[in-house]
Design a protein around this ligand. Structure first.
Ligand SMILES: [Fe+2]
Length: 446
């Protein structure tokens, strides 16, 4: 509710001045703005300066003023639309698309204004006036562009990277595990942001059940503060439905139904939907899931060897993985995750990438293999080996790969030249690291 109110208030700030000015333009198109009316006003004003003003001169001045007014009112309109589109967070940043929006909407307003004059007894609609109006909008767009160019300094690449430093990364906040551990995790986030001075926070999944996504994102936003640039990917627990009711058939449905609106409402970017491009850095990734590539082929449970079907079902000899029965349509998810990351990763176009997944892409980020039945079985549910292979093919551009999920933080290691690390942690005590895009360095920050 609070998020909706905030969105509404931002829309008002963007568009109320535009709506009021468009109303003024349309009102002036009625008989109120007729030539006789404006001539009367001009006569009153000019007679103070020259009481002997002739009718012919007054007619000429009235004509010139009216035509100038067409240009000026649309110049003002263009500046107001530009302001609305550029107000943070900017709806449009490409100069070409800004111009299309401004001039296109000005043309619609100009035709509407002349349309009103068609039905006003004291007015006459003129196509030449539409041309004057659109010229005013073009002039306004050029003025706006010049102001932006002169006064809105675009940082150089090095400066921009420096302003990003450092990026705080964590995972596994488990806000739902218990009230206390959720509160402790959020307090730790707040403290880490203050201590590090980071302006960007990346959280690699596992907040809590999907149906409460809006609640989790509101809590994260409140802890991180309004000004923090918040970026997340989802975890397996974020796909859990407490009571599957058939309305979601797949993890994709869960993301679209619960997480997309929650993230939009609270101004949080989600890597499961998009790459996030910052100056000099692209953040890419997503949930990840399990392809069972990290399972121990010799893992015995109660003396028996689980097969692929057992792993896919998430249960064997009394052991049940917590995702089983809680996430709809899991079959094929590991492949779908790989496919979506394969599509998004090349969009970085060779720029350095901070790659963030919930599940691990490399075996070296996992705890040691265990002979204990339970740990040996559940190790298979730690990550997606195929995503690791994908990363290796993009190795030169991967500045850092971060994952969580395992309940165990790993040291910083290199796999095929890729620096990678896990920030996995137990509920209530999240682990943090600081990534410095300007020199690609990592500082463990617990
Ligand atoms: Fe997890």
């Amino acid at each position: 509710m609070r998020g909706r109110l905030k969105e509404f208030s931002l829309s008002l700030r963007r568009w109320l001045p535009v709506a009021i000015w468009a109303g003024v333009v349309l009102y002036a198109s009625t008989s109120v703005g007729s030539g006789d009316h404006t001539a009367g006003i001009l006569r009153t004003i000019l007679s103070w300066f020259n009481p002997d003003l002739g009718l012919a001169t007054l007619t000429d001045i009235n004509y010139g003023t009216r035509k100038t007014a067409h240009v000026v009112q649309f110049l003002v309109y263009a500046l107001l639309v530009w302001r609305g589109l550029s107000l943070a967070p900017a709806l449009e940043t490409s100069p070409r698309r800004l111009a299309v929006w401004i001039i296109g909407s000005a043309a619609v307003l100009a035709f509407s204004s002349e349309g009103i004059q068609l039905f006003s007894p004291l007015r006459s609609a003129l196509f030449t006036d539409v041309i004057l109006d659109v010229s005013g909008a073009v002039a306004g767009t050029l003025v706006a562009w010049t102001i932006a160019k002169l006064f809105c300094k675009v940082p150089s690449s090095a400066e921009a990277s420096a302003t990003l430093d450092p990026i705080l990364v964590t995972s596994d906040l488990h806000l739902a595990d218990s009230t206390d551990s959720g509160r402790a995790a959020l307090a730790a986030v707040r403290s880490a942001l203050v201590r590090s001075g980071a302006l960007t926070l990346v959280v690699a999944g596992d907040f809590g059940v999907a149906v409460r996504a809006s609640e989790w994102m509101a809590a994260l936003r409140e802890s991180a503060g309004e000004k923090t640039n918040l970026i997340i990917c989802l975890g397996n627990q974020d796909h859990w439905l407490e009571h599957p009711d058939g309305s979601c058939q797949s993890p994709e449905d869960v993301r679209e139904r619960f997480w997309r609106p929650a993230c939009t409402t609270h101004g949080i970017r989600c890597l499961d939907f998009e790459n996030v491009r910052l100056p000099g850095l692209v953040i890419s990734g997503g949930y990840g899931h399990y392809d069972f590539g990290f399972r121990d082929p010799d893992a015995l449970v109660d003396g028996a060897l689980p097969d692929t079907v057992d792993y896919e079902q998430g249960s064997f000899r009394g052991l049940i993985h917590p995702d089983a029965g809680r996430i709809p349509g899991l079959r094929g998810e590991a492949r779908r995750q790989l496919d979506s990351m394969s599509r998004r990763l090349p969009l970085a176009n060779g720029d350095p990438v901070l790659f963030v997944t919930h599940t691990a892409p490399f075996d070296r980020l996992l705890p040691e293999r265990s002979r204990q039945s339970e740990a040996a079985f559940f190790r298979a549910f730690s990550g997606n080996e195929s995503i690791g292979r994908l990363l290796v093919t993009h190795a030169p551009s991967i500045a850092l790969a971060v994952s969580g999920h395992t309940f165990h933080a790993s040291p910083l290691v290199r796999v095929a030249g890729i620096p990678c690390i896990s920030t996995g942690s137990c509920p209530g005590s999240p682990k943090f690291l600081l990534f410095y895009p300007s020199n690609k360095s990592v500082k463990i920050f617990i």
